[in-house]
Design a protein around this ligand. Structure first.
Ligand code: NAP
Length: 323
């Protein structure tokens, strides 16, 4: 018989990549606990949905009264997530004590970030501890830096639109990041959900995709731009140059990308602190754990950049239109 799966955050970066693997999967009957943005899949035949705010204990209890066998839980990348985790834990204990498994997609290595003494990561750390120490049957998924950050808070398309051939983000050129494609995260979460819940509870999966520095990323992106078929007025650059900008510039860029000023400030501090050697965050440079779940190689950064060629191409072109 199909198991009842309740998915929080179904409209987010990760959540939306989980849906194709669990909707229409005979192993699950699915309910989407959406917040503001209602995914189109809520109207698919056989899919149930419930509007929820993790800030409101009553609404979380209502969502959990569906009595799921398994839950995918995550919070958003925002300040003040601890009360959301507390409400989730309280509601599970009160309404859904016999849930078999909670697959928790969490912030990665937030204990490392604590050294930066940023309020944002202190809260993320407390959030993670609240869920892990709840005594609930949790499997933790810890993904590294999302490739999708390149287009969101790293603002690379905006940089391309300037048409200068220079990318600037507040990290050192040579500092490697473990990039992971959210499509891989979604698929990996589904593979974990398909396994025996009893054997998965208590496990932790650190998902690492492709270990690449900002300099390498810029080089790859340049190659992809040069494969574009359009003939822009200002030609594609022979070389994209990556330069580390100041923390203040990085903060401004992230605010322009829509992050709250306090969060942007904390993230700028963290990014500017990621120097090779003395902030060894994500120091796992192989993707075995991920590939074991996927049973295929993880998506490489080069592939992600190619798959999103139109985005980089349009950005470069829009810059030229402004000139
Ligand atoms: N971004 C990264 O590089 C990164 C790296 C490692 C780990 N992570 C972790 O991965 C997880 C997922 O990240 P993400 O980037 O997919 O997040 P995201 O895109 O911000 O998505 C968050 C989801 O949570 C929902 N949500 C927001 N506020 C809510 C509330 N008050 N009540 C109920 N639902 C709410 C959002 O719904 P609406 O859109 O409808 O508001 C959205 O569907 C997070 O726990 C994050 O810490 C992220």
């Amino acid at each position: 018989m199909a198991e009842k799966l309740l998915v929080f955050g179904p409209a987010g970066n990760v959540g939306r990549q989980i849906l194709p693997h669990v909707i229409c999967n005979p192993k699950f009957s699915v309910c989407l606990a959406y917040h503001r943005n209602k995914p189109a899949q809520c109207d698919d035949p056989g899919v149930e949905s419930v509007q929820v705010s993790l800030e409101d204990l009553g609404s979380v209890k209502k969502a959990l009264s569906w009595l799921p066998d398994r839950i995918v839980f995550m919070v958003n990348l925002a300040p003040g997530t601890l009360p959301m985790a507390q409400n989730f834990v309280a509601a599970c204990r009160a309404v859904s004590p016999s849930v078999k498994q909670i697959v928790y997609v969490s912030e990665c290595d937030c204990d490392e970030y604590l050294r930066t003494e940023t309020a944002f990561y202190k809260d993320q750390w407390d959030t993670v501890q609240c869920v892990l120490e709840s005594g609930l049957p949790v499997t933790r998924i810890e993904p590294a830096c999302f490739m999708q950050n390149i287009d969101s808070f790293f603002g690379v398309p905006n940089e391309l639109a300037k048409g200068t051939g220079t990318l600037t983000i507040g990290m050192e050129t040579t500092t490697p990041l473990a990039w992971i494609d959210t499509r891989d995260i979604g698929e990996a979460v589904a593979r974990v959900l398909e396994r025996d819940a009893g054997q998965e509870v208590g496990k932790r999966y650190r998902l690492v995709g492709d270990y690449r520095s900002m300099g390498e990323m810029a080089e790859m992106l340049c190659g992809v731009l040069n494969e574009c078929e359009s003939k822009p007025k200002v030609p594609y650059p022979k070389r994209l140059v990556y330069e580390q900008n100041t923390m203040e510039e990085l903060q401004r860029g992230m605010e322009e990308a829509g992050l709250e000023p306090d969060v942007a400030k904390d993230m700028a501090i963290v990014s500017a602190t990621m120097h090779e050697g003395h902030f060894p965050i994500f120091a796992v440079d192989n993707s075995e754990e991920l590939e074991g779940l996927l049973r295929r190689p993880a998506t490489r950064l080069q592939q992600y950049l190619k798959d999103n060629k139109g985005l980089w191409e349009r950005s470069w072109a829009s810059g030229k239109l402004d000139i």
